[in-house]
Write a new protein. Sequence first.
Lengths: 519, 322, 275
Amino acid sequence: MTRARLRKWVVAVALTALLGAGATWDLLPAPGAPEPPLIFGLSAEPVNLDPNLSVGAAAQTVKMQLYSGLFRFGTGGTVQNDLVASYEQPTPTTYVFHLRRNLKFSDGSPLTATDVAFTFERIADAKVGAYLRTLLGGVQSVDVVDPQTVKVTLSAPDAVFTTLLALPQAAIVSKAFALAHNDDLKAATLGEGPYVLGEWQRGVQLTVERNPNYYQRGLPRTSEIRFVFYPDDNSRFAALESGAVDMIEYVPWQDISAIRANPEFGYQGTPGPFMYLQFNVTQAPFNDARVRRAMGYAIDRDAIVKTAFFGRGTPIYGLPITKGNLAYDPALDHYYTYDPAKAKQMLGEAGFANGFTATLLSTSQYGMLKDTAQVVQQNLNAIGEHVTLALPDWATRIATGNAGRYQFAASGAVGDYPDPDFLTVYFHSGPTYYNYTTGYDDATMDAMLSMARGMLDPAGRAAMYGRIERKALDDAPYIFLNYREQGYAYKKSVGGFRILPGFLVFYTAGTLDTITVTN
Amino acid sequence: MLKYASRRVLIAVVLLWVIASLVFAFLHLLPGDPVLIILGSEGGSQAPSPDQVVAVRHALGLDRPLPEQYGRWLAQLGRFDLGTSLYDSTSVTSDILGRLPTSLQLIAVAVALAVAGGIAIGIAAARRRGTWVDAALSGVLASGLSIPVFVVGTLMVLVFGVLLKWVPIGGYVPFTRDPAAYLRQLVLPAVTLAFSLLGIVGRITRGSVLEVMHQEYVRTARAKGLSEARVLTRHVLRTALIPIVTVIGFQFGILIGGTVLVEYVFNWPGISTLLFTAIQRRDYPTVQGVVLVTSALFILINMVVDLSYAALDPRIRYEGGA
Amino acid sequence: MRRRDPARRVQVVTSAAVVAAVVAAAAFPGLFTGKDPLLMHPTIPFAPPGGAYLLGTDEFGRDLFSRIVYGARPSLEVAAGSVAVAGAVGTALGVIGGYWSGVWETVTMRSADVVLCFPPILLAMLVAGFLGAGVGHLILIIGFLYLPQFSRLAFAQTLAVRRAEFVDAARAAGASSGRILGRAVLPNIVGPLVIQASLSAASAMLLESGLSFLGLGVLPPAPSWGLEIATARNYMFQTPYYVLWPSLALSLTILGINTMGDALLDYLDPRRRAG
């Protein structure tokens, strides 16, 4: 072979190789579906995917794509049927649920009343650690009437029963699948939601793909959602700005104004979660209601909103109950004002004219809790109190709180559901829990709360809650500080997104099935 | 030689066992209940009921007497099973295997950059000793030693990520998915990590180059008419290389530790951030597993360095190797 | 070449000045600023530098300059405290091991090995993460971590001295161990120990700032440079210069200590003067 021919051969082979490489480059591990996926910047990696357990809002967002429950929350926050087609309530304590026809799990196996009954059992099982075990403790029996019908009997009438069943932690699981996996659904999933679990690259991202057996025809509109984990606030926001993701949750407060002003992005936010002070009412100085109420006047809530939340929030001068809620009473909206002089006077009357000494517990791990605590400390020290901060890491904060080893603490939470019964966990007596006031044990309050939950008549309930609210404010086992805004931001190419209002904001993920992504 | 090597291996194994036991004791004798934390940490408003806590604790095997838990753990270790995470039931071994390579990639690139840069700067500084150039270059090296790695990283993010917007901030794309993006992400953290190591390598290079430069045989080589470059590579560098290699081996442990801060600042999903999160969550099995693996690596590297020293220098073998 | 070149001299003098200023700030912060680093002005968060607030204000409207000044104290406290602990205890262990050998040697040297088996920051993370943060804890943790450096050094030096002839002579003459230790051993090891102390001080400061950065060190609202950097990171988009002040303060201080340590090394060790 002559030199020239050899050279030609080499060139030909090289060109072919390049061409082939260029052509096959596309076939390398690629996103797959021809339709653009939704790339979602998640604020944390889900700890596990068991739908009946509660392990944080980020995990919740993913689980809501994979599972459905008997009911769900629709836009505006109303309870709607999900797996249930219709139901009756023959007696105040009996519910008969009729499931939709032809419901299937994502692998094609049928979803029947047996699975519903099993889910109830599972939630009631102590060793599963299901979130709703206590709340659904009133369920006395669950009977499988026929494959489409379930009859549930409660021990007492419950005004929030269907609301509870709309919570994502009440999602229905497959009995066969659960038993086959030793009832451990943390990593193994078989759901009936709009999506199915795809690939989970630990530490990086998690993909969910359209469930062909989803009962709602035409949904989900997007074939795939890729949840990329961005635990760092700045990175998550930067990822949206740079276009690496289409949408993020938990928009950092300092960035909300900027993104709202940016025409290339959409933003939806709502106040919902709130900050508050909780007390240990078994020891001085907070065993005196006057001292607690003085806190209500001493704290500059506007300063908290301005500094800790960059202005994205609203002060609460009463209870975290807003207009539209059954129990809303406008007269109680301004129970407190910002009046340091009055606070000092009240403290003087309670015997602390020279200031009390106390430690405010919070945590160094979450900026909003740390910052809120710093402002509260400042406010109190400015009127002559002697408050020191304890800012351990989160795990220690929980341990200390659960043991009741604190005097007062700055906390944040969100109501579980928009019904006023959410107040029960805060004001009912019960075991010490890190997020609740320790030692508040009032039989009257307990009785009123139970009664209000069992009253099925809305007018009667509203009146009862009026009384509960007044007592809650007078006894002041908590001082509520402010709402904080919770927001989602997304590229303009993302359509069909609707945030859920108020307490339901963290269940907004349930509306992702109607999202569309255009190129 | 074999006797020396087997002694070292035995010592290494014993050390590992001591560390494993110390970590176990430390974690289990601490206040704070992982069960309550697991059930409550981001669990939302509902308090777990006492019997729920008992049941979960039993399911996780945390209510067995300590010696039994210890025995179980040692047995697991014998099977190279590091247990399962308390949080998400994944195998600790697979978690570590998933994250360790990303850390090692970072370290490998950083070491390469630091050695190349350090040697270059060290030589340049040595050749111009006493001048302002030397002072400036030595200043750069000193900065590498003094400016904390997380400060370097944060400033890098500030300049290249926020102000100039040349590089994406955070978010990790694996190599297989997009090599170009992966390399773009790797640059800043690798350079950051390299910067501190560069200071040490540069200094040692400068020091040994200076020492060697004026010795007889080098002057002879120069007199013979060899070019400066050949003199450097042939004679000077070869001698200087030994302490450099030693110090890199020694610094490896510091590097593994240093990656904590770099991974944190750049959101690089490596093994250090795995440890950090596990500590925060009191995920004992994961903490134990990572500590053990990191110590094992550290001991292994030190042992390799020791053994290669002994292979090169017979005196060490006979002195007993304290 | 024995002369000190001018570039070097400038370096050493500047470093000494920087370190002196930092120590003064730590000891007498009131001399540098009249403002309270903890006082919030919620109406002026992120005020730009200049005017009443030399370096601007932070997210709570607190004066940044004061926070930098007061931030010197915890860093220096931890550096000095941990070196003191490591130096005292480590030296004692090393001398004991080196002088009496046998069991003592095994105990002190092997335990040093165990401590060295593990990357220091990870160990510190573990302990601080589980036992809690704070200056006191850090001093103990970092002191413990740096023990081996001192004990090994003291051990080697003691060993060297012990073998010297004049020690044998002293023993033969009936001198007690205490006298020998005090008169012969200790004075000889002071030099290297001081050098080690300065190296460890810089290193301790690096470690402390790293831990504070991770949230495992000094706790808010007390200012500390590592913590300030961590907080300022969150606001880099809005206020880029916020992160610069504590970064500069920290880096310059450590650089200063390192340069001083080098100068000390040069001064005490004649061979090194050549380079």
